[in-house]
Design a protein around this ligand. Structure first.
Ligand code: AMP
Length: 214
């Protein structure tokens, strides 16, 4: 059995980067609700009796998409996975309860970094419109401004990476998601990792934590 890994932490802590590395190194699926929702921003969810009719309207405001939409996506993704790294979910206590009914977990990693570092990382982030590769205008700039090193695609700023929306996302994290950490604190595989280090240094600790608990 491949490991079942949950990675928690605020937006900008490096969950996506470390999850990509985990998926490759441990041959597990990267299940990420943010990417799944971005691919379905225009999906009609009006039948679920939600405030807005599409996920994109919540996302562009920095708010959480309703649980029913996200729970169903995760349940489907996990049911077909032989091992996974789950990133971006659960984001509140109800989602954590839903997850408990879907699967058990081998490792629960928590990445964190100081708030102003998170804001700098997110507002400077640029993402390739074609292949999804991540850059940063200051910390990891592309060779040519606005052009993806990997595929030549256009680099764009995510609509929710503007400073105002980033601050809202961080306050939603503090209010809704941070309380979830306490639910996992007694898990045998719970490991907190300092995300305020280089991606390679974080990776050394992430990889070791997974090895220690599988
Ligand atoms: P992320 O890429 O993880 O930062 O997610 C981007 C946006 O997608 C969030 O600000 C939310 O609007 C939405 N989203 C992602 N995951 C969830 C989730 N588990 N529950 C509700 N909304 C989510």
């Amino acid at each position: 059995m491949n490991p079942k890994i949950l990675i928690l932490g605020p937006p900008g802590a490096g969950k996506g980067t470390q999850s990509d590395r985990l998926a490759t190194a441990f041959e597990v699926e990267h299940v990420t609700t943010g990417d799944a929702l971005r691919a379905n921003k225009g999906m009609d969810i009006s039948e679920m009796d939600t405030e807005y009719d599409t996920p994109g309207e919540y996302m562009d405001d920095g708010e959480l998409v309703p649980d029913a939409v996200v729970d169903a996506m995760v349940e489907e993704a996990l049911s077909g996975a032989d091992g996974f790294v789950l990133d971006g979910y659960p984001r509140n206590e109800d989602q954590a309860e839903a997850l408990q009914g879907m699967t058990d977990l081998d490792v629960v990693l928590v990445l964190d970094a100081p708030e102003e570092e998170l804001v700098d990382r997110l507002t400077g982030r640029r993402v390739c419109d074609d292949c999804g590769a991540n850059f940063h205008v200051e910390f990891s700039p592309p060779k040519a401004a606005g052009v993806c090193d990997q595929c030549g695609g256009d680099l764009i700023q995510r609509e929710d990476d503007t400073e105002e929306t980033v601050r809202e996302r961080l306050s939603v994290y503090a209010e809704d998601t941070e309380p979830v950490l306490a639910l996992y604190a007694d898990h045998d595989g719970y490991v907190e990792i300092d995300g305020d280090q280089s991606p390679d240094d974080v990776w050394d600790e992430v990889r070791q934590a997974v090895r220690d608990h599988t």
